[in-house]
Design a protein around this ligand. Structure first.
Ligand SMILES: C[S@@+](CC[C@H](N)C(=O)[O-])C[C@H]1O[C@@H](n2cnc3c(N)ncnc32)[C@H](O)[C@@H]1O
Length: 265
């Protein structure tokens, strides 16, 4: 199956609702709040400036950017009409924030018109990341910043022992819901080919032990395996039950490596 984040509207209303909530929940994790706050603190926001998020989804990160950067204008560009609708419904009291439908490879913006471009967990879901990075370079003013924050999905795990079946679910989720699990390793060559200079590159480890943040990794991976007839419904339910049991028992151990990469034009 192709990564559904490549064409979210085709994945349907249920997918949009599930992942709009899941991305809101992910961003409300204090670790994720700190990652976003740290990269925003490295940027400059002029009152009359423009900062954009490319691939804004339902706006979980865009709302944080707009609250931090106020009164700078912030626009979230997102190719999915369903996510744009969700994003617009989830905003309250941020008059400097708006959302528009647009592909990150063809932004409706003049050359050199933007101060900061943010791509937050987007490039791991696109087939041609260089097209988005080149477009970011085109719209940025000289000296403008590109922030890429992405999960190094090649390192993601949900295992507490060798051959842990929940870890197999996590690996299956990555192979079904991520386009390039190794994108973080490629950011240096991709951004320098576009003309950027790297300013900052760091990885933060995030453990998920007490929240349901990795539950969709198990429910979605097992649902697909069951739909294809690879496993039966009983095993799919048992694996979800095992996730819930570990969560209740304090035995859950999810791991993600989150990269923050900042480059200058
Ligand atoms: C995992 S979501 C992240 C959403 C949001 N940045 C967040 O962190 O809450 C990945 C997003 O990338 C978007 N996306 C996929 N292909 C894209 C493209 N070519 N241009 C811009 N965004 C794209 C998807 O529609 C989806 O909203």
């Amino acid at each position: 199956m192709a990564d559904p984040f490549q064409d979210v509207d085709a994945a349907g209303a249920e997918f949009i609702r599930l992942f709009a909530d899941s991305m809101d929940q992910r961003q409300s994790d204090p670790k994720m709040e700190k990652i976003v706050a740290d990269y925003l603190a490295r940027l400059t926001f002029e009152p009359s400036g423009l900062t954009i998020e490319v691939g804004a989804g339902a706006g979980a990160v865009t709302r944080r950017i707009a609250a931090f950067a106020h009164p700078t204008k912030v626009v979230g560009y997102e190719p999915s009409q369903g996510f744009v609708k969700e994003a617009q419904q989830r905003v309250t009291g941020l008059e400097n924030l708006s959302f528009e439908a647009a592909d990150g490879a063809a932004l409706p913006l003049e050359d050199e018109s933007v101060d900061n471009v943010v791509m937050h967990t987007v490039l791991s879901h696109v087939v041609a990341p260089s097209a988005l990075i080149n477009e970011g370079f085109r719209v940025l003013k000289p000296g403008g910043k590109l922030v890429i924050c992405d999960v190094d999905f090649s390192k993601a795990a949900l295992g507490s022992f060798p051959n842990d079946p929940l870890d197999i679910c996590a690996k299956a989720f990555v192979s079904e819901f991520v386009t390039d699990a190794h994108i973080v390793a490629k950011l240096g060559p991709l951004t320098s080919a576009a003309g950027f200079s790297v300013e900052h590159f760091d990885i933060t480890s995030r453990v998920i032990t007490s929240k349901e943040q990795m539950l969709p990794w198990v429910t979605e991976a097992t649902r697909l395996m069951a739909e294809r007839g690879e496993i039966g419904k009983d095993l799919a339910e048992a694996l979800v039950g095992e996730h819930d049991r570990r969560l209740r028992a304090g035995q859950l151990y999810g791991y993600q490596a989150i990269a923050t990469y900042i480059a200058s034009k």
